[in-house]
Design a protein around this ligand. Structure first.
Ligand SMILES: [Zn+2]
Length: 176
């Protein structure tokens, strides 16, 4: 995920447009919708096949902003938020968790594209995202709280000001 984030930030994701330019692909069309050229904006933002997932993600992000106590909320544009993450602190919002969610979202969008490109059929992006997010949050929960006694780090990164992940009786509860 960190590697993908780095590539997006430096615009060096190997999209089909780039692959065709360097002679590594015959087609620059998107492998998911097969309708438009696949550049980086298409992969993450403009592809028709992302519509349902974007709607789902916007609703989820709204939940994360539920207790936001800042007028900067008007500056948050969902498209740029998905690509760049939240670059400033907002009162009542766990920006660490929000950026983690967005990173998982980008990773899953790219993962689905990879799976379809390699012959898989019917990859459900929202389900892939929910599964992946739960998997990583649970991984950090076990690693930080159960194995390394760093509950404070987990609390700060994943639980503080977070309406969608809570811990009850030593069990994580997700509202995804
Ligand atoms: Zn597409």
């Amino acid at each position: 995920m960190i590697e993908l984030d780095y590539k997006i930030m430096h615009n060096c994701v190997f999209t089909n447009v780039k692959l065709k330019k360097i002679g590594r692909s015959d087609s620059d069309l998107c492998d998911v919708c097969h309708k438009e050229n696949e550049d980086i904006m298409h992969v993450f933002i403009n592809c028709d096949e992302l519509e349902d997932f974007h709607d789902y993600l916007s609703a989820l992000v709204c939940k994360i902003f539920e207790n936001c106590d800042s007028d900067k909320i008007n500056l948050v544009q969902s498209e740029m938020l998905l690509l760049n993450g939240l670059r400033w602190k907002m009162k009542g919002v766990n920006d660490l968790f929000l950026n983690f969610v967005l990173s998982v979202a980008r990773f899953c969008i790219f993962r689905r594209r990879h799976l379809l490109k390699n012959g898989h059929k019917n990859v459900h992006l929202t389900k892939l995202f929910q599964y992946t997010l739960k998997h990583y949050v649970t991984y950090f929960y076990v690693y930080l709280c159960k194995q390394n006694n760093k509950s404070n780090v987990f609390e700060k990164n994943f639980l503080k000001d977070n309406p969608i992940v809570q811990e009850t009786d030593d069990v994580l509860v997700f509202d995804l």
